[in-house]
Structures are given as C-alpha cells and as structure tokens.
Design a protein around this ligand. Structure first.
Ligand code: HEM
Length: 414
C-alpha cells in the first residue's frame, strides 16, 4: 500500500461516529489525496480532523456544506482573530490582506481593487498574454523532449501576473515567494515564514511605487494614489499585493500544469484548437476535477452555529475542502472523471461568496491562450515517457512539478 494514501486513523468511536480523524500528512503532500477525501466525505459532510498532529479543525467535505460555510459570512469569518486563543499559534503568517479581512474593511478593499480586475483590464491582460506566449512556444524543440512547466508555464505566469500586479519577477522574489507557500507545520517554519513575509512585503511596496510611476500596472496605480483618504492611509498595500502574488502565481502555475498534462495525456489538446471547441468549459472542468487548492480555505467561527447539523462552537477553525466538495457525487455525476463538455453545476475551485477569487478571469485568459496556442503549434504533442502521474509538491498547492512532452509527437524523433 502507498503509505501516502493510508486511510485516516480515528480515535474512539462512540455510537459509530468517529470523534477525530487523524490526517496522515498535509493533504498537499499526498500524491493522490482523492481516495482520502472520498473516505472523509463518506464519514460525514463535516468531520473533526487533526492537522499536523496538533490542530483540531472542522473539515468540510460535501458541496452543500462547503457552500453553506462560504456564504454564511456572519458565522464563518475570514479574519483569524476570531480563532480560539489556544489555536492562534497555528495560523499561517500568510493570513493577511483580502483573504483575512471581513466587512467593512474587506468590502472597501474589494471595491478599491475592482477596476484592476474588471473586463477592460482583463482585456489588456489578455493582449499581454497573447504577446508573451508565442516566443515561449517558438523556443520549444520540435524534436526531443521539453518540460512545459520550466520552459513555458512558469515564465508565462511569472511575467504576466508579475506585470499585472506591478511586481516584476526576479529570482530572489521567486525564492522568497516559494518559502511563503511551504506548509507551516512547526514554530521554526512559522518564524522563518514571518521574517520572509515582512522583507518581501517591503520589496513589493517599493515595486508598486515604481510600477505606478511607470504606469505599467493599473493595480499599482490604484494602490499608490496619494491625497487625503488615499489607500495608503488604511491599506497595507505591500502585504495585500504580496499575498496576491504568492498565492495567485503558484496556484496558476500548478493549475496550468495539471490542465496541459491532462489534455496532452488524453489526446484532447488538438481538438481544442478550433474556435467552436468547448475550451472554456474544459478549463472549468479541470478546475473542478483537480484544482490547485487541495487542502482548502479557512474560516473561523465568530459565534456558535451548525454545519450540516453538526454543532460548531465560537472560536472553532473550519477548513473547507474545495477539492472534496468539487468531487461530491451528490452534485457531480461520475465526479472522479473529467467530463469532456464540462458540467452544469458550478465548481468551487475559485471559492464562493464575497471572497470569490478576483483573479479567476486572469486564470481563464492564461489557460485559454496557452491551450489554443499549444494546440495550434503542436497538434501532435504527446507526453514524454518520463512524465509521472503524481503531484507531490513543496507548497500548499497541488500540481505536477514538471510536464515532460514531445512537442512534435511520438513519431517526431523517428
Ligand atoms: C488557478 C489559480 C487560482 C485558484 C484556483 C484560486 C482560487 C482562489 C480561491 C478558492 C479563493 C477564495 C479563498 C477564500 O474563500 O478564502 C481565492 C481568493 C483570492 N485570489 Fe485566487 N486563485 C487563483 C489565482 C489567482 C490569481 C492569478 C490572482 C491574482 C493575480 C488571485 C487573487 C486572489 C485574491 C486577491 C483572493 C482573495 C480575495 C478575497 O479574499 O476577497 N488568485 N482564490
């Protein structure tokens, strides 16, 4: 048996109901977390789970319960200051910015940044992605093997997202960002991450001033406008944009890698090059089936409440497993399979409610452009023999570290 995929151990089982499920490892470190998530959903729509051998949380596994928690923002807050005092030491230093705010601060901050993610700005972003993609693909060898993550996906996402946010990519920034998305499972890791976060937030702040001056990023301009009541007076812009950069960049790299590996491995890529092909619904279906956020999104109970009939106390931590919810068979037929034409029900890969991912249109633009360009240029592309199935990562996100392909197809080397 793969030790990664051990089924959960449970504590005493009074009346047949497991009290606490011991998660074997951080979910993002499992090669294939889905058997475990299915097992947990079979136990209940919300289970008591123990993370890192010490932190008890409510793990939400069903689609309906997940939507309930994400939409009941009065009970389930994003601000981690609602957490019980004894658990406060476990919270990630990356809980800051929009993800960690509730109304009215959150509402005001979303209103402020909205123009940067609105359709005109997304159209500019799409133009930028369409310009950046072809040179990267032209550099791929028509014969032989290439790693699409290192040679195309990372450079594309680093440059496009970096420019959009006003934080130009460089290697030092990349190393710092990687440190911030490593799972924080002990005090040393937490202190290390907090130091790296403060240094990077100061760097990002300086980048925003420069990008605003050069007018290369609308978001940077919005966040650095001066004058009375300006964002500078109430919004820690370095932290806010650092969080967007750290979380948005790696999750997108991981998702694009999963998508391209899946489409290439199943021979579907070439079929998506035509204008009438179901490209958009295919992208959504991959987000549902194997999105990058495998562990889940966090909420903290501001008052006593219920999730799917289970009582939850004020101060409790709730971890909403988007990955488990997105494969709930009560909502998605044959949930473990990718449906070629997408699904009628909306997936939760970008969340739901007021914290719904503002970067979703950017991800769709990058995915659509990359798939179309790859399919046009390399219709015979196949996976190389060294490609592996797993997704073991060093970060809290899930996606293959490499996607080895033969751009010209299996016969190209002959
Ligand atoms: C495939 C890639 C991505 C996925 C799957 C994803 C998923 C998510 C999810 C599930 C949330 C909600 C978190 C919650 O409810 O607590 C979220 C929030 C957020 N995402 Fe994304 N995201 C992706 C890419 C991006 C990108 C590229 C950006 C920006 C450049 C971005 C910016 C944000 C921001 C700022 C928030 C916080 C919103 C708020 O709290 O109001 N994301 N994302």
């Amino acid at each position: 048996m793969d030790p990664d995929n051990d089924l959960p151990r449970t504590e005493a089982v009074p009346h047949g109901i497991p009290r606490t499920v011991q998660l074997p490892k951080d979910l993002s470190r499992l090669n294939d977390p889905f058997p475990l998530l299915t097992e947990l959903r079979h136990i209940a729509p919300v289970v008591r789970a123990r993370l890192h051998d010490r932190w008890n949380v409510w793990l939400v596994t069903s689609y309906q319960a997940a939507r309930h928690v994400l939409l009941d923002t009065e009970t389930f807050r994003s601000d981690h200051s609602w957490i019980a005092a004894a658990d406060a030491k476990y919270v990630s230093p990356m809980r800051m910015g929009l993800l960690d705010w509730d109304p009215p601060l959150h509402t005001e901050a979303r209103r402020l940044v909205r123009p940067a993610f609105a359709p005109p700005a997304v159209r500019d972003f799409a133009d930028q992605v369409r310009r950046r993609c072809p040179p990267l693909l032209q550099a791929l060898p028509p014969v032989g093997t290439a790693d699409l993550v290192a040679e195309v996906i990372e450079p594309l996402v680093n440059s496009a997202v970096g420019t959009f946010l006003g934080v130009p990519w460089d290697e030092a920034l990349g190393r710092g960002a990687a440190a911030l998305i490593a799972p924080v499972d002990d005090d040393t890791a937490r202190k290390h991450a907090a130091r790296a976060r403060d240094a990077l937030a100061a760097h990002v702040d300086a980048c925003l001033s420069e990008s605003s001056r050069q007018r290369t990023s609308l978001l940077a301009r919005i966040l650095t406008e001066g004058g009375p009541g300006s964002p500078e007076s109430w919004l820690p812009r370095g932290q806010v944009v650092l969080q967007m950069f750290v979380a948005g960049r790696q999750s997108t790299v991981d998702f694009l890698a999963t998508l391209i590996r899946g489409l290439t491995g199943t021979g579907t890529l070439a079929r998506l090059r035509d204008p009438g092909a179901p490209l958009a619904s295919t992208v959504e279906e991959y987000l549902r089936h194997d999105g990058p956020i495998v562990r889940g999104v966090w909420r903290f109970a501001a008052r006593d409440g219920h999730i799917a009939g289970t009582p939850v106390a004020r101060g409790d931590t709730v971890l909403v497993s988007l990955a488990a919810a997105n494969r709930d068979p009560a909502v998605f037929d044959c949930a473990d399979q990718v449906a070629p034409l997408g699904r009628p029900d909306p997936h939760l890969g970008f969340g739901a409610g007021p914290h719904y991912c503002p970067g979703a249109p950017l991800v769709r633009v990058m995915a659509g452009t990359l798939v179309t360009e790859l399919a046009r240029r390399f219709p015979r592309m196949s996976l190389a023999p060294q490609q592996r199935d797993g997704c073991t990562t060093d970060s809290v996100f899930r996606g293959p570290r490499a996607v080895y392909v033969r751009p010209g197809g299996e016969d190209a080397d002959a």
